[in-house]
Structure formats: structure tokens, C-alpha cells
Design a protein around this ligand. Sequence first.
Ligand code: COA
Length: 262
Amino acid sequence: MQFETILQDNDGPVATITMNRPDALNALNGQVFRDLTDCLLGIAKDREIRVVVIKGAGDRAFVAGADIKEMAASEGAAPTGSERSYFGMHVYDQIRHMPQPVIASINGYALGGGMLLAMACDVRVAADSATFGYPEIKLGIFPGTGGTILLDRLIGPANARSICLTGELFDAARAYQLGLITHLVARDELAGETARLAALMAGYSPVALRETKNALNASMEMDFEAAREAEIAAHARCFASNDRVEGMKAFVEKRSPRFRGD
Ligand code: COA
């Protein structure tokens, strides 16, 4: 299925979403958010798809943030700041709550909402040529679509404050050091490493992947006791799955498991 501002390509169990506004360094305008919402809804329901990859079109950017030209043109008219927050947060939440694991494959600029888009994914693999940062402060705003909260939770308050308040950009080596990205590779190895990670997770039980995400999301969103209850419930669903039986049977029989996703 194709959309105005993004592309979806399915290759076996892996769906790749390409942010496709290269002339604007793949900046996020209202149509991108609408397209992403529809695309992700379709993928979440598709049991054939076991892993999702998000990448940027062209060789310069993953996503260079929200579309500044669109925001400049709105001049305080609708959508208001709070509407933008709710709308953006919804899309990033949607990614975090996808039943499939989502890999961000980051080739270049991942700024503002682009860095946030990457942070909403489960695994972040970046080329050594990638550049990160929250430059919003230079525009008189801040990453208020969940960007302060998610950065704070992912890398801790000290560095989150510095990144938000200085607006300084930083390279992939620094992002790796901060724990903002999970895999760092040479530029020409990005596609291969992304494909390797996708194939690896595509071989696992979809039930186990989904319930692992449920437990991790609960940890991020709930207090300790509530998160423990959520983890117990997720583990119970996982343990009751046919995939769990198959995984353990395959180990005992010294063969590869055939996970069906039930
Ligand atoms: N929104 C809208 N358009 C954007 C954009 C954004 N966030 N980021 C880049 N673009 C557009 C530029 O306006 C330019 O379009 P033009 O050719 O019509 O003038 C095109 O993408 C290429 O960008 P350009 O600025 O010419 O490239 P550069 O190599 O000189 O600089 C960046 C690259 C990323 C440093 C610079 O584009 C930038 O600072 N972008 C904004 C980043 C930002 O503030 N993001 C947070 C937004 S809330």
C-alpha cells in the first residue's frame, strides 16, 4: 500500500516504511503523521508482518524534524500547540505499542521530531554519518510532542536537559555513548545490519515479541507495582501460547522452532 508522503514495502515478514520527502529532508508535516497513522494501523493488523523497519529516503536524512515551513505558515492559528502535542504523541505511542518490533535505520539527520521518531522505535541502528539533536529551542519551542519525557526516560535527566536546552547537534558516536542508539555501524553497513536485525527478530515468536513489548511499555508508563502486575499478565499470555510449547519442544528435539504466532 502506498501513501502520499511515505512508502511501504513488504519483503516476506519485514515491512519497511520509508519517510519519503527527501527534498525537505523528510520533515514531518501533518500529512506525514496522517499517513504514518494509517500505515501503522494496517501493519499492526497484518499477521504476516513480523518486523517493521523505518528509514529515510535519500542519503542525507532520516527525518530532520517537524516541518518548520508548515508551522511558520500556521502563525498561531490551528493546529494549536496542544493539538500538535496530542497528535504527535499519539503517533509515537502507536509505534511503541505496535505488536511487532520496530527498527529505526538512521542514515543521516535525526533531529527534533525525527530523533523522537527514532526513540519511539524499539531498536535504533545508525550509520556513523548520522547526526542527532533537538534544535527546537533555536525556534522558540521545545520537543513538546513527548520529546522531553522520552529522552529523559531513555538516557537520563542530566544529558536530556543538556540536549533540550542547548539545542546542540551531536554525532552518532556520541549518540551511541549516551545509549540513544543501540547499534552503530559504518555508512555502507547500515542496510546490511538493519536486515540482519530484522531477520533475527522475524524468526522469533510474534507472541513473545509482542508480550515483551507490553512488559517494557508497562515499565515505562506505570509505577513499579502496576508494571509488575502487567508483566505477570504478559508473561502468563506468553507462557500459554502454542509458540512457547513449540520453542521449548524444538530445543529438546535439537531443531529450529517453527513459530506460528499463536
Ligand atoms: N522543516 C521543513 N523543511 C526543512 C526542514 C524542516 N525541519 N529541515 C530541512 N528542510 C528543508 C530546507 O528548508 C531545504 O529546503 P529548500 O531547498 O526548499 O530551501 C531542504 O530541506 C534542505 O535543507 P538545507 O537547510 O538546505 O540543508 P543544510 O545541509 O544546509 O542543513 C540541516 C541541514 C538539517 C542542518 C537544516 O536543514 C536544519 O537545521 N533543519 C531544521 C532542523 C530543525 O530545526 N528541526 C526541528 C524542527 S521542530
